[in-house]
Design a protein around this ligand. Structure first.
Ligand code: ADP
Ligand code: TMP
Ligand code: ASP
Length: 240
């Protein structure tokens, strides 16, 4: 499996074409960014833990009937994925209020929501990933109603499956972001990644933050915390 040409280099991952036009290699880099790219640092070993963490979670979702782009891990930092046509949209579910919703609505950090809250954001760093709704998506043609309904349904399902998985390991899934794409023009597939870079995880007993908020807030031990989460879930992360 060879990388042929880099087609995307985002804030944390790079995508390469392969000798199969339908498959891409996703490379997880050590680069870490927050606040829409305003805070950046390379954290040694983050790419390796995130690649293998992501594979474990996406395999678990597949076995719970969530279709994903993940095909297989190739090496410590690379995975083979289906090449998709991505929606320029981010799907977020919050179980507990934290982060941007507290700034937006003046909500207390840690407020347990009456029911999981779904939000769409436009994937646009220059605009600071603004909050959007179904009507924006339809009016601007970013996706159609069938796509919207399917993305919401799958994101709620991911919340149910992963909230249980993490809780069984003593962690609360506070919130998370996922992205979807279209396979062969019609099938909605979970794309991108599910790692502690894109979710909030709090220890049930102590409330300790085990996710990228450690980086955002300068709390330290970022990669170490990701490993601790991986260990608790029984993942076998391979390092050099
Ligand atoms: P960002 O765009 O947020 O800086 P990353 O560094 O994570 O993100 O880069 C990964 C890019 O690859 C993102 O733009 C994401 O939408 C895109 N992507 C993820 N999975 C796929 C896929 N299966 N096919 C095509 N593009 C994908
Ligand atoms: P927020 O509090 O910044 O809106 O983020 C909610 C959750 O979604 C949090 O776990 C971080 C994740 N997220 C991303 O990883 N990338 C994004 O661009 C956005 C908007 C959210
Ligand atoms: N908006 C998200 C954050 O603050 C993601 C990003 O900017 O990379 O981390």
């Amino acid at each position: 499996m060879n990388k042929i040409k880099e087609i995307t280099s985002g804030k944390a991952k790079s995508l390469f074409t392969t000798d199969n036009e339908k498959h891409l290699i996703m490379n997880f880099r050590d680069d870490t960014s927050a606040f829409d790219g305003k805070k950046k640092e390379a954290l040694l070993g983050k790419g390796a833990v995130n690649n293998q963490f992501n594979a474990f979670i996406l395999d678990h979702l597949e076995s719970n009937d969530v279709p994903t782009h993940h095909i297989k891990v190739i090496n410590q930092t690379d995975s083979l994925v289906h090449r998709l046509e991505m929606f320029p949209i981010e799907c977020v579910i919050r179980n507990i209020a934290s982060g941007s919703i507290c700034r937006r609505l003046g909500t207390e950090d840690g407020l347990v929501l009456e029911s999981p809250l779904f939000e769409f954001f436009l994937k646009d760093d220059d605009l600071g990933d603004p909050l959007i709704n179904d009507e924006h998506i339809i009016s601007f043609g970013w996706a159609n109603q069938v796509h919207i309904d399917q993305m919401k349904k799958l994101t709620y399902k991911i919340n149910n499956v992963l909230s249980k998985l993490f809780l069984d390991s003593g962690l609360i899934l506070v919130d998370f972001k996922v992205e979807f794409g279209l396979l062969d023009g019609n099938k909605i597939i979970l794309a991108d990644e599910f790692t502690p870079d894109g979710c909030r995880l709090w220890d049930v007993e102590t409330g300790k933050k085990m996710d990228k908020d450690r980086f955002r807030e300068g709390l330290g031990d970022v990669v170490e915390s990701y490993h601790q989460v991986a260990d608790r879930l029984g993942m076998n992360i391979i390092l050099d």
